[in-house]
Design a protein around this ligand. Sequence first.
Ligand SMILES: Nc1ncnc2c1ncn2[C@@H]1O[C@H](COP(=O)(O)OP(=O)(O)O)[C@@H](O)[C@H]1O
Ligand SMILES: [Mg+2]
Length: 399
Amino acid sequence: MNSSKRRSKRLPRPVERGARSAAGAGLKKPRTEKAETIHSTRGGVAHLLVERVKELSALHRTVRLMQDNVKPVSSVLREIVSLIPPAWQYPEVTEACLTVDGMRFPTAGFRRTAWIQRADFTTPDGRRGKLEVVYRAKRPPESEGPFLAEERDLINSLADSCASYLTRRRAEEELLVAHERLQALSKQSMRLQEQERRQLALDLHDEIGQAFTTLKVNLQAIQRTTDSTRQTASLNDSFMIIDQTVARVRDMALDLRPSMLDDFGLASAVRWYVGKQGERAGIRTEVDSVAIPRGLSPDALVACFRIVQEGVTNILRHAKASRMAVTLRPIKKGVKLVIEDDGIGFSPNEVLRVSGERSHLGLIGIQERIRAFNGQFEISSEKRKGTKLSAMIPFDEAV
Ligand SMILES: Nc1ncnc2c1ncn2[C@@H]1O[C@H](COP(=O)(O)OP(=O)(O)O)[C@@H](O)[C@H]1O
Ligand SMILES: [Mg+2]
């Protein structure tokens, strides 16, 4: 609005050729009455028109460049900068430079001079940038030093467009990364499902099948003999096999789906699982697992349990820890889960940066599960000092 006011009040500027040659010769051309009469000539109007067309076509080409989602961001920015000099009133002395995110895109002859026009911008995610246009040589005075009011509008528009463009490209990149993560997770989950089925088939065939075969042999022995000592021995052996098989079937069922979650609740299931794993691995284990009154959907309960399973498995598999501690507590907004160890530590940033196919997706799986419930997740880990994994899953209003 301002600019259009300015434009309508502003007198037309000197005929292009005259103005340029005067400036080119290093002379300052005074804006005399006479010169102003020339402005209103047809040549002056034509010049104004040419300037507006140049500005519009720079804007148009910038918009088209910014629609390209395939070209690298740096190439697009470099091309945008190259569109600037022809759009300004004196292309032969105009240079431009875009600076953003620690990157700089100058035209070939860019250097800071006394004749500089600048527009700063900040993207919504806080990246700061600036667009600078300079004249390498003096030119007659206009609304802003040697620059036109329209050129101020143009540099501002270009800076705004750069900010929008950078924001959009970053969002697209993030979307792509998220998509890759989900794809990798879904592949991993299918692979795991197949692995679990294979393991289940093996367990059923080898362990349970074997147990029944032995039981059958024992029963046949009992049927064939009348010797009560041999019968008792076979019966005792059979009872032992039945006990082992019942325990094995319970373990298998719990691995597949922790029914304790339904029967005894999350806190007991966590206590039982962490205790059992710690005992098996022979490391000092502390569990502080407080009953969750309500507020978690069945899916969220399973998610919490799976997070504990993955965190504890990681400790036993990777941490070389002498101690692990798991805390599960209701807090104001949801459930807080902390899984800590005093082991060798690692670099979470490297592990959480996924690209393409990869097989280690436990922590990323945790992150995605928590994201699905709008929760919070944090890992801090230091080499030789251990790892602390904290998660918060908010209560569901509907539960
Ligand atoms: N508690 C831990 N202590 C030390 N290293 C860990 C711990 N948890 C995870 N890591 C490291 O992070 C990597 C990725 O873990 P994860 O995503 O669960 O995949 P996976 O367990 O299949 O390797 C592990 O390979 C390991 O190097
Ligand atoms: Mg793991």
